[in-house]
Design a protein around this ligand. Sequence first.
Ligand SMILES: *Cc1c(COP(=O)(O)O)cnc(C)c1O
Length: 387
Amino acid sequence: MSNSIPLSQPDITDLEIRYVTDTLRSGRLALGPRMAEFEELVALRAARTHGVAVNSGTSGLQLALLALGVGPGDEVITPAFSFVASANCILHVGAKPVFADCDPGTLNVRPESIEALITEKTKAIIAVDVFGNPAYMAEIEALANRHEIALVEDCCEGLGGAVKNRPIGSFGRVGVFSFYPNKQVTTGEGGVIVTDDDALAGMCRSLRNQGRAADNRESGPGLGSWLVHERVGYNYRMCELQAALGVAQMERLDDIIDTRHLLAEKYNSRLVTNPHLILPTIERETRMSWFVYVVRLNDQFDGTDRDEIIAGLRRHEIGASNYFPPIPLLPFFRKTYGYKPGDFPMAETMSQRTIALPFYNAMTDYEVDLVCQTLELMIQRVTFSRN
Ligand SMILES: *Cc1c(COP(=O)(O)O)cnc(C)c1O
């Protein structure tokens, strides 16, 4: 056994193991009852009528954009400060990403920053609940409606959160959740598209299943139609093993989220007195669902200091990461669109000072303390070596 403290770790109990084992024994490994059940549980949590399970959050975003008719010649507004998938999905459908800078407090994109980027080519807006902190969804939804532009909620980091008692995933035409192992809830790999739009859900079901008519199953009533492909689709299906795991996780969702809240509070109360650190900002009327715990160094530190602190934590076998570098400054986006340092001042400044700390449900008080002590020691060291 190693003493290392990982950045994240899934919360798996005997329930998950039992459900997956039962599915293995059932002999039905794809397009079965567990997928339908999982879809329903996720849709319910997002107060949506449809859930469409897919093999990742990224493929869910791609299908959502395709089903909305986004394609070449269109522009889609998306955050500069986010995980790369919220921009890649736009490239996957041949459209152009237009990046919005973030608010320095919440790290989410403010509605004004989106509105300033709307042109006659804007076909959709992707709003991201960064780190599980609900974006300004009600306001963004209103502006999307005013401009008659489709809103996609990339809620891949926000399952279980809410704004003014409206759940994350319920905003805009369509929302997409991810179930990668570092998210609040996992299926190993996986995603779910949620929407109230029957036609859009049907299109996503068809596209994930090789362009077959929606909900076509190998041994379903439509005998012979399994090989009728109405359109060019993908194999983006979620298998029954993944869905069985997801059903167990969804049954435990409230517990999982509550445990993460307590853990975040432990970090907050332990670090709040440190003058070098800025703790996560949560706006009133929002219920955060903690995806990761990210602190920020104050403006006396730069990117080199931050990288040294992360390297120091890692030397002590403590997982830490620089969530996130600004997407437009990643090599592909620089090369293709000519973005350069200075184009997204907030995202750049913030992203040079963020540190994601270990955050998982099995974390003990001792581990939280050890992480905080080591973090403070590394900050001191950087401060001393400077003077
Ligand atoms: C995790 C994540 C995704 C993609 O999810 P995958 O399931 O890993 O494909 C998309 N957007 C954001 C903001 C994410 O954090």
